[in-house]
Design a protein around this ligand. Structure first.
Ligand code: NAD
Length: 359
């Protein structure tokens, strides 16, 4: 059987880590037909759009995509292609495991957390009112009329939107994932003490959903406390479920615990479609240098193999990556903080993983 997969190399370091990942996936013996697709600045230069419709069609048709990171201009310029992809395709769940492999420069040993991030709502809904525009003025007026609060006329506003249905869907996803993967606890992360109508809604729905899963322990944590707890006692946690922004920030915190972004994989999922991509971004300053760690994207490939039902190949590839980390010889600079001058390059890491797959 040959799997048709939409392959989005992205930009910055994307193309080189995508190539390294494609090579190790093919070395597992699983057959792939890659359908290449371009988004972001590359697509704008080629096709005049940062998210061309044929890319969405390709993912809808193939149901599975493997994606490198894509640069988003900060503060101005086009909207995030990553957010656009997730919203256009209804990829409501972002799954980001953080596992400390022996030999990685992790803060604690044995960390094995899974972040489940709501992917479409919250402050990422893209509903923003730019300072000084008539729409912003109307909103400021409305707030004054309905809430008696006077906002500065020079305010910009981004809306935080959390729905009951969106919360129910993501919390249910977290519990189902816990059951399917023999996990024992789900922790809901929020700031419901301050944002009673958005995070408060998320928390009350989470408590309700937890009642349907008596076999899985449930608890909640306020996000600031969660950050401290994760740094000090990550072993007390298992699966974390959070609204979009906290999920995004906590994913990077979890990546920091296990040796850095170079080891943090991820997936964006709906009930039908899946895009596998690393947690990290396009790290533009390292682009084209054959320097960065391809393992976060390779581990996203491991998640993709599991999703495709190729569990044996997934286990073999994960073991090969873990073997290369444990040996510590052919790893990139981020995994060699004591001797970065002895680090391997991106493509040498792929060679080492492939050699282990063959042995
Ligand atoms: P980043 O994740 O690209 O990089 C931050 C730092 O992390 C890098 O400077 C580097 O030191 C380290 N790093 C990242 N990936 C690494 C790897 N594979 N190996 C070793 N070290 C690695 O974050 P940023 O600099 O904030 O963002 C750069 C661009 O990426 C921005 O335009 C941002 O919007 C975009 N971004 C895209 C995605 C995505 O495509 N899903 C996700 C996050 C950020």
């Amino acid at each position: 059987m040959t799997y048709r997969i939409t392959l989005i190399p992205g930009d910055g370091i994307g193309p080189e880590i995508t190539e390294a990942t494609r090579r190790v996936l093919e070395a597992t013996g699983v057959a792939f037909h890659w359908e290449l697709a371009y988004v972001g600045k590359t697509a704008r230069d080629m096709f005049g759009s940062v998210l061309p419709e044929p890319v969405l069609q390709s993912i809808r048709k193939n149901k599975v995509a493997l994606k490198g990171p894509v640069t988003t201009p900060v503060g101005s310029g086009f909207r995030s292609v990553n957010v656009g992809l997730r919203k256009s395709l209804g990829l409501y769940a972002c799954l980001r495991p953080a596992k400390a492999y022996p030999g990685a420069p992790s803060v604690h040993k044995g960390v094995d957390l899974v972040m489940v991030r709501e992917n479409m709502e919250d402050l990422y809904s893209g509903i923003e009112f730019e300072r000084g525009t008539p729409e912003a003025a109307r909103l400021i007026e409305l707030v004054s009329e309905t809430r008696g609060e006077s906002l500065g006329k020079d305010s910009g506003v981004s809306l935080k939107v959390i729905s009951e249905a969106g919360s129910r869907r993501i919390v249910r996803f977290a519990f189902e994932y816990a059951r399917a993967n023999h996990r024992s606890k789900v922790t809901a992360v929020h700031k419901a003490n301050i944002m009673k109508f958005s995070d408060g809604l998320f928390l009350s729905v989470a408590r309700e959903v937890a009642g349907d899963y008596p076999d899985i322990e449930f608890e909640d944590r306020i996000v600031d406390n969660m950050c401290m707890q994760l740094v000090q006692k990550p072993d007390r946690y298992d699966i974390l479920v959070a609204p979009n922004l906290y999920g995004d920030i906590l994913s990077d915190l979890c990546a920091g615990l296990i040796g850095g972004l170079g080891l943090a994989p991820g997936a964006n999922l709906s009930d039908e479609l899946a895009i596998f991509e690393p947690t990290h971004g396009s790290a533009p300053k390292y682009a084209g240098l054959n320097k960065v760690n391809p393992m976060a994207m390779m581990l996203s490939g491991v998640m993709m193999l599991r999703h495709l039902g190729e569990a044996r190949s997934a286990d073999r590839l994960e073991a090969a990556i873990a073997g290369v980390i444990a040996e510590g010889k052919h790893v990139t600079y981020d995994l060699k903080p004591q001797a970065p001058e002895k680090a391997a390059g991106t493509s040498q890491v792929a060679d080492a993983v492939i050699a282990r797959l063959g042995s």
